[in-house]
Design a protein around this ligand. Structure first.
Ligand code: F0G
Length: 356
């Protein structure tokens, strides 16, 4: 297996073409997504012991989240088919990615977001890329139901993860993990919202195993937020709540895919509280130098929970996907951090604050 692909990265379609649906060259819409780092995290040993923890930092994709992997293929396929417009419901990241790739493709993007539940950075992205941003007085689940109806009646392509090309593109993250490590990890931890990503990773791992690229499969460990944990509870949640707005979803579209990943891999779909999510969010920022968004930290919070429950063993290789960049949601970072100290332009006061 080629460990590090040489030369300039060409985006996931060109890099993984033999593993993806066919597409015409002139239809490819790419912002060179993918090739995100797998970062060794050594600063959590007091909590996680001697497990090997690696962080797949998907916040370093072009629009700051993993959605770009699926969006490049979904928008390219729409373009290949002569589509002129795309539409999605979103808690923010999908809308940012759809808006950017539609802009690159010269297509129109319509994005439906739940009013008041989208982090500032994500909203700003959809707006600046020129999407038609529709704030729905309702939940993500209601917005998605309407998007499904609209695409049945009007000439616009849905780019939510119900679009199979989204899953196809997103599975490439699992390929990258295998190529970086030279094998599959023991466990793969992910936040779960609409459940497309865990479905995609599992598909990717299985394909690489079936093609002989790796010999084993990881256990898939999906984590929902306690106030938005329909899969854990086994029933839809009418009014989901969580500080992790990206995964504030009560009736995930890929519910079955998540269950299949759990069952086939011998993993779990579990939940973590907002307090656990925010602790993990601050921990990875303050000890590892990685600023991810709150929803992303559900993967780390999940790993910490599993360590506490005696599931993880010394020597296990654990990958946590950090799905989005922390700059997406500056409000939560500011709300949960120590406030700046204000002083006058006076050396004495400053030295005093510095504690010397
Ligand atoms: N992490 C982040 C940062 C997300 O934006 C999402 C989903 C997830 C995790 C969960 O992934 O839905 O595949 O299980 N965001 C979607 C959106 C719903 O609209 O941006 P999932």
């Amino acid at each position: 297996m080629e460990l590090l692909r040489k030369g300039l990265w060409r985006g996931i379609i060109n890099e993984f073409r033999e593993h993806l649906p066919e597409i015409r060259d002139d239809a490819i819409v790419t912002l060179k997504e993918g090739n995100t780092p797998l970062i060794e995290a050594r600063g959590l040993k007091d909590i996680l012991g001697e497990v090997r923890l690696l962080l797949k930092f998907e916040g370093l994709n072009p629009t700051g989240s993993f959605k770009d992997r699926g969006m490049t293929l979904a928008v390219s396929k729409a373009k290949e088919g002569g589509g002129k417009a795309v539409i999605c419901a979103s808690t923010g990241n999908t809308s940012a990615s759809a808006a950017a790739y539609a802009a690159k493709a010269g297509m129109k993007a319509y994005v439906l977001v739940p009013e008041g539940s989208v982090a500032l950075g994500k909203l700003s992205q959809a707006m600046i890329h020129g999407a038609c941003v529709i704030e729905v007085r309702g939940s993500f689940d209601e917005a998605l139901a309407m998007v499904k109806e609209i695409t049945k009646r009007y000439p616009v392509t849905m780019v939510n993860s119900l679009n199979p090309f989204r899953i196809e593109g997103q599975k490439t993250a699992a390929f990258e993990v295998c190529e970086h490590l030279g094998h599959a990890p023991t466990y793969h931890f992910l936040p779960v919202g609409n459940a497309g990503n865990i479905t995609a990773y599992w598909k990717g791992y299985k394909e690489y195993r079936d093609k002989g690229m790796v010999s084993s499969l990881p256990k898939m460990m999906g984590f929902q937020a306690e106030g938005a944990a329909p899969i854990v509870l086994g029933r839809p949640v009418a009014n989901p709540t969580t500080v992790a707005t990206a995964i504030k979803i009560g009736d995930p579209a890929s519910w079955q895919g998540a269950l299949q990943a759990k069952q086939e891999s011998g993993g779990t779909i579990d939940m973590v509280s907002d307090a656990e999510i925010l602790d993990a969010y601050r921990l990875v920022a303050s000890r590892e130098g990685i600023f991810c968004e709150p929803a992303s930290a559900a993967s780390i919070a999940g790993a910490i929970k599993m360590k506490r429950h005696g599931v993880l063993k010394d020597g296990d290789t654990i990958v946590c996907t950090l799905t989005g960049h922390g700059l997406k949601d500056p409000d939560t970072a500011i709300d949960t951090s120590t406030k700046p100290v204000r002083v006058s332009a006076n050396m004495g006061e400053i030295i005093d604050v510095m504690g010397f």
